[in-house]
Design a protein around this ligand. Sequence first.
Ligand SMILES: [Zn+2]
Length: 208
Amino acid sequence: MKSILFIFLSALLFETPTIEKDRDRWKPYYTDVTPTKAADQWHLPFDVANRKKINNIKIISIFGDHRDSYVKGHIHTAIDINPALPKAKLVAVYAMANGVVCSVHLGENQRTVVVKHKLPNGQIMFTSYKHLKEVYVSNGQVVDQNTKLARLFTPQESKKYGGDYHHLHLEIRKKFDDYGCASWLTFNNTQLNDRFYNPQGFIKEHIK
Ligand SMILES: [Zn+2]
């Protein structure tokens, strides 16, 4: 009996987490919404001088980088960005195009908003905005590029969590079947390319 308990506890403690095992935990935060308006106009997610010019954002970390934070060894599924010239101390985050909010998940320093979009060709995709200090939207809300979704941490507020959260972790997703956990449980390029676009490529193609 004792040995069975030991095996059970070791499995619980040492088993590596996977998307398939973790996704159900995040499903309650998801609402199955249907975007009606097509996402035909794309903009940078910040209030910058020109929301159509990629050099109005500063890229801190690129897509595909190795990560040891949160779950060790995962792949960076996003670009980490800030406005190149912030207009105010509190940096607001805007939806990049027409869509509907389908998930608000995780707590304080990882808080995330996900917007579901329909492209003009009917294809469904998602944008995901992470490390939000204050969130102003909720599931089911219809948004466009002028909707303020949230605001970022200030460098000062970020210190409380050990420093590095005053930027936007921006994912452009092909799928959201993981309900969010693929953001920290993506360990190889097959998983990466299955669910995520390279945001720099997507922005180049859609924001002009
Ligand atoms: Zn990031």
